[in-house]
Design a protein around this ligand. Structure first.
Ligand code: SF4
Length: 366
């Protein structure tokens, strides 16, 4: 399913030093997935990778997570389709035994049943991520590649409501889908979801067949997200679009809000989180990357310690330090708060420290 595992933000606001400890660890448990989403990062296929982490290897790296210390990062199980792993429940049990909070982003296939969702809940999974990329079956299914996924997604949202499982809905934003956001928002209203995250396309994997928004259209949409969030019954957030924080802060300052009022509004909860800083990603073969959309491996869980890699590997050290960013992001007055999508910088230029081309903010010259 590919896109549901990203985050710019997290409901639990805990103070932590993101240079020492991530808030979210995304684990691509498998590349196996029955869907064929047009924008999939993972280029998911029907079968697991021959070098996929075994059960023992998986348990071994999960046991490294407590090395980050309290507050422990949250684990987000993703793929591919995590439901395709036969040892899924044993691995969830192990993570919960280690006191790690677990969320999951299953693909909307016939394998996602009410019984499966109830079982996930029983095993201590406390969050479900679902992808909804269109307000109609036609729009959604044409992105997801398999007819019927729209209906299954809505059905799963209904079951989650019954089971009282918090849901994050993830929606792809591309030039082809941006005009549908208002309709998707209306569709989501009755489902009692916890948050809606708009994932701004990064053209990798199958994503290359869709077009990203222009910076001007992205800015317009971010303003809409900010406006809409003020009256919404769920949190609106962005994924791989941290410049939304700049847009929201600019609008709040223009509205005359003080720093304290802005802080109390909760709008600053995700500040500073970006690929490799507050976020890390473990691939299905154990590679330790800054994010799912930033496929640069700084080590492998088979032979590296995830805590040392996150804190010490040159790549992660650079991503922790916005003064190392280049071009506009490097001199931007919002670089600590935002810092740009390092994944999009990499996808566009091959340099994870370059500017995020989605944002055309011109920092004031010093
Ligand atoms: S220039 Fe870079 S750091 Fe500044 S707001 Fe835009 S994306 Fe963020």
């Amino acid at each position: 399913m590919g896109t549901s595992h990203t985050h710019d933000d997290h409901p639990r606001h805990v103070v932590r030093d993101y240079a020492k400890s991530p808030m979210n660890i995304y684990w691509e448990m498998t590349q196996a997935c029955a869907l064929a989403c047009r924008h999939c990062r993972a280029a998911a296929v029907a079968t697991p990778h021959p070098m996929e982490l075994t059960f023992e290897e998986s348990v071994a790296w999960l046991r490294q997570i407590p090395g980050f210390g309290e507050p422990l990062p949250q684990l987000i199980l993703t793929g591919g389709d995590p439901l395709a792993r036969a040892d899924l429940y044993e691995l969830i049990t192990e993570a919960r035994r280690l006191n790690i909070a677990v969320s999951i982003t299953p693909a909307a296939t016939p394998a996602l049943t009410h019984e499966v969702m109830a079982r996930l809940k029983q095993h201590g999974v406390d969050g479900l991520g679902l992808s909804l990329d269109g307000s109609t079956a036609h729009r959604h299914d044409s992105i997801r590649g398999v007819p019927g996924t729209f209906d299954r997604t809505l059905q799963a949202m209904g079951w989650a409501q019954e089971l009282v499982m918090p849901v994050q809905v993830n929606t792809l934003v591309a030039a082809e889908t941006a005009d549908d956001m208002a309709a998707i928002y209306e569709l989501l209203k009755p489902f009692g979801i916890a948050r809606w995250s708009l994932f701004f396309l990064i053209a990798v994997g199958r994503g290359k067949v869709l077009q990203p928004l222009s910076p001007a259209d992205a800015e317009k949409l971010m303003n809409w997200i900010h406006e809409t969030s003020r009256g919404a019954s769920f949190i609106l957030a962005t994924t791989e679009a941290p410049s939304f924080r700049r847009v929201a802060l600019e609008r709040m300052r223009e509205a005359g809000m003080t720093g304290e009022q802005i802080r109390l509004s909760g709008a600053t909860r995700s500040h500073g989180i970006r690929d490799g800083h507050g976020v890390m990603f473990i691939s299905n073969t154990g590679e330790i990357c800054p994010a799912g959309f930033l496929p640069l491996a700084a080590g492998n869980v088979r032979n590296s310690d995830i805590v040392s890699v996150y804190r010490e590997a040159p790549l992660f050290r650079q991503l922790h330090d916005p003064t190392q960013f280049e071009d506009r992001c490097g001199v931007c007055d919002y670089r600590t708060l935002c810092g740009g999508s390092r994944a999009r910088a990499f996808a566009a230029s091959g340099n994870p420290l370059a500017s995020d081309p989605l944002c055309d903010y011109e920092p004031p010259s010093k």
